[in-house]
Design a protein. Structure first.
Lengths: 279, 301
């Protein structure tokens, strides 16, 4: 790779044909940071390297979210005794292609990756009790074959609409294909009213797939306990608010909500669920 | 190139208080007063020529004697409680000519400040700035507090006369802290240090005035005093408040009656979630009037 000031290797560890999982801090249902948290805690991952924010983020101050100052982070984490590398990062604001090349250069040179998986949430216009299925978008027929063995929808058709832009995960997948690195974007549905809070059920769906496919040996205790806690909290909300219960019941019966009803459900759930340790 | 440290004091459990100029000079005035109050000694500096354009040349007898750059100095003070380390920057490094730091130079400077903090064993940093708020200049400024770790929220909540972003109407806990007083929080977070930014309120219609706002500085000083366990003397800042109050009043009196009437509503805003006394349109008109007033005054000086 081209040595730059942007990439800093902090720990040298031998990898051979590892898998890279890319997780973004900005994701619906806080999917990226939560999955990173479950994996790094469960697999005792350590920071291997980081990408400096210079040139990729504005650095004109800090943003404040939930009363706390935030700062862009982009780090590689390695999991002991598993050939797994996680890249957890904020999505860059500038020089996207340069950023992608730094990730892929480092992943190939230092972590010897053989494949790449990115994870993202997609908004589900349904209830949290609905069955979730992971959708995959691959960059090679081989990867499609690999994932065919799992409960994954792998025949999605989609085109970016005029007013939208491709996701950053798609950008990475394309760049990986140009280097002959097989890869897949794993998309998991997140109910629209959990977009701004957390959705451990969606996290579990992805982790289960990664666990099975990459033979990680994950202990699901933490994520199961978070799912239970969130479900109990939603049940309490439903008991206390017949209006919100009615909206969720409609969704469970596959009925749509009006724009106003949907907005109220999002707003109220955000207010009621924020403050639980899950958020 | 970088940092020059002149002394090697042994500091115990030190805390860094860092500040650069910003709106109403609220933060820098408070931090510099605190530095003088505790009689902190000069410790070192960040070499400025890498970051700034020179601000003064001295030529004598046709010979260039010196070129002066904005100062960026460190100070220290050993106390009975926490030892103190100060950093005071006279200007924010910027790559686009704006007033607030941004870009690679800003990031580099923030890292140099954190380098010194780490070198002397600091685990906590305070920065300070201004919070532009819908308040009246006759009311007491509060202090908006933003920590860089959620573990610090309970502590900052306990400081008197402070509010969190989530307690400010319409913010929902979100916002931005521009410039180095904010960026330093981020860099500290990245490097595992606790940091808290304390921002004194400045009335929305005063923040464009070309004068400092010591009332906001006093509020910051009081919070820093409690946070650092220091007894603060407010005599100096009170004298400045008296002076600035009369300057603001003289401008205020010149405002058109309908604008004053709008601004007077702010006197009755006593909490952070007011019943929206001034609309965005009102705000725009008020700021335009104030701008006009200053342009007029500047022309007659």
């Amino acid at each position: 790779m081209t040595e730059t000031n942007s990439f800093k290797l902090l720990t040298r560890r031998r990898f051979d044909s590892s898998s890279l999982v890319v997780l973004w801090n900005q994701d619906v249902g806080r999917l990226g940071p939560k999955i990173a948290d479950y994996l790094t805690r469960g697999l005792k991952c350590k920071v291997l390297a980081e990408v400096s924010p210079e040139g990729f983020f504005s650095l004109g101050g800090v943003t404040v979210e939930n009363d706390v100052a935030q700062f862009p982070e982009s780090k590689f984490l390695g999991c002991k005794n598993r050939n797994l590398v996680i890249f957890k990062s904020d999505i860059p604001r500038l020089d996207w292609y340069g950023f992608i090349n730094i990730i892929l250069d480092a992943a190939q040179k230092y972590f010897k990756i053989k494949e790449i998986y990115t994870v993202g949430g997609m908004v589900l216009p349904g209830a949290h009790t609905a069955q979730r299925t992971v959708l995959s978008v691959v960059n090679s027929p081989n990867m499609k074959k690999k994932l065919a063995a799992y409960d994954v929808v792998h025949n999605m058709d989609y085109e970016t609409r005029d007013e939208q832009r491709p996701t950053f995960s798609s950008y990475i997948l394309w760049a990986a294909r140009n280097r002959n690195i097989p890869g897949a974007c794993l998309w998991v549905p997140v109910p629209f009213y959990l977009m701004t809070v957390e959705d451990p059920q969606a996290c579990k769906k992805v982790i289960e797939l990664l666990d099975e496919h990459l033979k990680l040996g994950i202990n699901f205790k933490d994520v199961d306990s978070d799912i239970l806690e969130l479900n109990q909290k939603i049940e309490q909300v439903r008991e206390q608010s017949p209006e919100l219960d009615g909206y969720i019941s409609k969704l469970e019966s596959n009925l749509g909500l009006t724009a106003e009803e949907g907005e109220k459900l999002v707003k109220d759930m955000d207010e009621l669920l924020r403050g639980s340790h899950l958020t | 190139m970088g940092v020059r440290i002149y002394k090697a004091p042994k500091l115990v459990n030190p805390v860094l208080i860092a500040c650069w100029p910003g709106i109403g000079n609220i933060g820098i005035m408070a931090v510099d007063m605190l530095r003088r109050m505790v009689a902190a000694e000069e410790l070192g500096e960040i070499e400025s020529f890498e970051f700034f354009y020179p601000r003064k040349v001295v030529i004598k007898d046709g010979e260039l004697k010196s070129l002066e750059f904005p100062h960026n100095k460190f100070y220290f003070k050993k106390t009975a409680g926490k030892d103190l380390l100060f950093f005071i920057g006279e200007e924010q490094p910027t790559e686009s000519g704006g007033a607030y730091a941004e870009g690679i130079k800003a990031y580099k400077m923030a890292n140099l400040v954190v380098d010194v903090a780490v070198r002397f064993g600091c685990k906590r940093i305070y920065t300070s700035g201004a919070a532009v708020a819908p308040i009246h200049h006759t009311t007491r400024s509060r202090v908006w507090v933003v920590p860089n770790m959620s573990d610090l929220l309970n502590e900052v909540r306990s400081y008197e006369n402070t509010i969190l972003m989530s307690e400010v109407e319409g913010r929902d806990g979100q916002g931005n802290i521009t410039g180095l007083n904010g960026l330093l929080l981020g860099v500290a977070k990245k490097r595992g240090l606790e940091a808290i930014c304390v921002m004194g309120e400045i009335p929305i219609y005063v923040h464009g005035f070309p004068i400092p706002y010591p009332k906001g500085s006093k509020a910051v000083l009081e919070v820093l005093g409690v946070a650092l366990g220091l007894k603060i003397s407010v005599d100096e800042v009170d004298a400045l408040i008296q002076q600035s109050d009369s300057e603001i009043e003289s401008v205020y009196e010149k405002l058109p009656p309908e604008i004053k009437e709008q601004l007077d509503k702010l006197k009755y805003v006593v909490y952070s979630k007011p019943p929206k006394p001034i609309t965005e349109e009102d705000k725009r008109k008020i700021l335009q009037e104030i701008d006009k007033l200053f342009k007029k005054d500047a022309g007659t000086d």
